[in-house]
Design a binder for this molecule. Structure first.
Ligand code: SAM
Length: 326
């Protein structure tokens, strides 16, 4: 079975947020104050998340990324991941984390069947890191990266949100992790995800990120691989890891978009920057699997052709990435 949207794109990737809670407060992701905690009963139970995942895989989803909030703070996450990994037809189970709990949890995650980890790491300077994350501990995240490899994972992919005047001076040092530690390092353009009308001051386009790396290293472009998503990939000759550039704002990767998202409260989204959401709760409570499948199919067929962030007149929305999962 394949899920094809009305623009001819094959949709085979689901990003599933299991919580909106987080043990960090990255300034570009969550507002400093006024975070309204979602009441427990509004959050999908693991049974419900599993039903969404199973239905999506039956329809054609091949890759699931578990995200959040911080997925590792939700109690019982390891058992849930184990059940996800057993879904017949699911080819890739991956997880995005801030790495704070990896030292304790990496072995369990590996045993549960998670195949790959993405770790968010925006700075190698302890103070800058603590400022961006509003209190995160760089040492702990670096220890978590080591623990992941010790547990058997390939070197985690590192996600860096690049922000002018905040961490852009570290672009070459972060890129060098692909040589020194063998991580694939993906540089993500800053996106408008919290209420901040001056968000564009942080934006550094992918082309400039590439220039900054090229000032220090040769970069060989790599061919795109299936299920790779929106990243354009390069390699510093001799490095074990790749360099990826994700131009969510300046680029046009919408034509290759293969993903849908489901939030921890059961809102399904065809585009990160669209206000259109399908509420899956009426199909889950009480359960109606036929309706659930229909919801997901309709979501895919109504997936917008492209987002409008870089278009004139784009009105800044007030959503927090921690609800959606990035
Ligand atoms: N807690 C996990 C983590 O830290 O990776 C998963 C959730 S986090 C919302 C998922 C991804 O969204 C992270 O890689 C994060 O850097 C990215 N993200 C959040 N806000 C962003 C923004 N304003 N612009 C670009 N990426 C953003």
């Amino acid at each position: 079975m394949r899920l094809i949207d009305s623009h001819g794109r094959t949709i085979n990737y689901l990003r599933l947020a299991v919580t909106d809670r987080c043990n960090m407060r990255c300034f570009y992701c969550m507002p400093k104050e006024g975070i309204v905690k979602t009441v427990h009963k509004a959050i999908l139970s693991y049974e419900e998340l599993l039903l969404v995942a199973q239905t999506a895989v039956e329809l054609g989803i091949e890759k699931i990324r578990v995200t959040g909030g911080e997925p590792l703070v939700r109690a019982g996450i390891v058992g849930f991941l184990e059940r996800l990994s057993e879904i017949p037809g699911l080819r890739h189970l991956v997880l995005t984390t801030n790495g704070m709990l990896l030292t304790e949890m990496a072995s369990d995650l590996y045993r549960a069947g998670v195949q790959r980890l993405n770790v968010s790491l925006d700075s190698l300077e302890p103070e800058t890191f603590a400022e961006i994350t509003r209190g995160g501990d760089l040492k702990r995240v670096l220890a978590g990266l080591d623990a992941a490899e010790k547990a058997g994972f390939p070197p985690p992919k590192i996600n860096v949100v690049v922000m002018r005047g905040v961490n852009d001076d570290e672009i070459p040092a972060l890129a060098e992790l692909s040589m020194t530690r063998g991580n694939t390092v993906r540089f993500i353009e800053y996106m408008p995800a919290v209420r901040d009308h001056r968000w564009q001051r942080y934006c550094l386009p992918g082309s400039e990120i590439l220039e900054r790396i090229r000032a220090h290293h040769t970069l060989e472009p790599l061919d795109r691989v299936a299920l790779a998503g929106p990243s354009r990939d390069y390699r510093i000759p001799g490095a074990r890891g790749n360099i990826g550039i994700i131009t969510a704002v300046s680029g046009h990767f919408c034509s290759d978009c293969n993903r849908i998202r489901v939030t921890s409260t059961g809102k399904a989204m065809g585009c990160l920057f669209s206000d259109e959401r399908t509420d899956l709760i009426p199909s889950l409570r009480p359960l109606d699997r036929v309706r659930l499948a229909r919801d997901l199919k309709e979501l895919v067929s109504g997936k917008p052709e492209r987002h409008g962030i870089s278009q004139e007149g784009y009105s800044h929305q007030n959503f927090t990435m921690s609800h959606i999962g990035g």
